[in-house]
Design a protein around this ligand. Structure first.
Ligand code: AMP
Length: 306
């Protein structure tokens, strides 16, 4: 049977002048319109680079966009605060939002198009399908936030089906998420290359995060303890320490000095598989930490290699 051409309702590769734009970025809100728009770009031979986010952009997000700009012809950002990845007691309703500021920043990085779906558009009545990466999601944030990575994997697969990217850019800031999504892409034969991008920090060492906006000035100072503990371990590793327990002890001692920190986990894992690191490190490892300062949950990590 000759495959039938998809319906000819697809949007043209060059959008008509009537498309909605803000700060020079084309905006698409409807999932079906997005899929048609992107199909047209693919047919026109454009290489599509995709940066999914929950918005409230900072330099970390912008670094992904900048990296993406050099990798293809059409640079697509999505902004979607995904209800499916938030637990019932988490910060979904107060998650910070600033569409105008986001698009202004995205424009400086050369973003072409922003996909801005609404929850009802992505999760219509009757929605019931889930994607679960069963092993990599275990432990770390997976234990702290039951169902979180199912929500992440499901939405990213949906977004990839709509955006149809050649390249998917993700930050190492959310290290377990990156490994979950790499595994999903491999296991489900997604025709997309996953590109991990380095974690970006503020000048005081704190990992940039949209949730840093929740921190009071005093809490912001207290939050430095996470990166300081990780840097101390990185220094010990650079000085030749390879004992897992000894490296963890360096971080534990520093973290214990900040009474405002409620530590969720501190773990040394294999950087590729996320399996528990060997007692003596011979392969690249990643030290991952999560904790709360006040009501703000913070994540950080450092890769130990070479
Ligand atoms: P989010 O909006 O928090 O869901 O993040 C969207 C993307 O930006 C994810 O791939 C994150 O890992 C990445 N990202 C967030 N913060 C940073 C950061 N400080 N450095 C690098 N990438 C980041």
């Amino acid at each position: 049977m000759t495959p039938r051409e998809p319906p000819s309702t697809a949007a043209p590769a060059t959008p008509p002048a009537s498309v909605e734009r803000l700060h020079g970025i084309e905006l698409v809100r409807d999932p079906q319109a997005m899929q048609a728009r992107m199909l047209a770009s693919r047919r026109a031979g454009q290489r599509i680079v995709f940066v999914p986010t929950m918005g409230y952009l900072h330099e970390g997000h912008v670094s992904l966009l900048r990296r993406g700009r050099a990798l293809g012809e059409l640079l697509v950002l999505s902004i979607f605060v995904n209800p499916m990845q938030f637990g019932p007691t988490e910060d979904l309703s107060r998650y910070p939002r600033d569409l105008d500021g986001d698009l202004r920043k995205a424009a400086t990085a050369g973003c072409d198009l922003a996909f801005l779906p609404e929850p009802a558009g992505l999760y219509p009545d009757g929605f019931q399908t889930q994607v679960q990466v069963t092993q990599v999601e275990k432990g770390l944030c997976g234990d702290q936030r039951p169902g979180h990575f199912i929500g992440v994997a499901t939405v990213v697969l949906k977004l990839c089906n709509l955006v149809q990217p050649d390249l998917l850019l993700l930050g190492e800031k959310d290290y377990q998420q990156l490994q979950v999504l790499r595994r999903m892409a491999r296991d489900l034969n997604l025709p997309v290359a996953v590109v991990g991008c380095p974690l970006v920090r503020d000048t005081d060492g704190v990992a940039l995060s949209s949730r840093n906006a929740y921190l009071s000035p005093a809490e912001r100072v207290q939050a430095r303890v996470l990166s300081r503990a990780l840097f101390a371990v990185r220094d010990a590793y650079a000085d030749g320490e390879r004992g897992s327990q000894a490296l963890l002890a360096v971080a534990q001692a520093m973290l214990a000095r900040e009474p405002a920190l409620r530590l969720h986990y501190l773990e040394l894992r294999d950087a590729d598989t996320l399996a528990t690191a060997d007692p003596v490190l011979t392969r690249s490892a990643v030290l991952l930490v999560a904790g709360s300062i006040g009501t703000t949950r913070l994540l950080d990590n450092v890769i130990l290699s070479g």
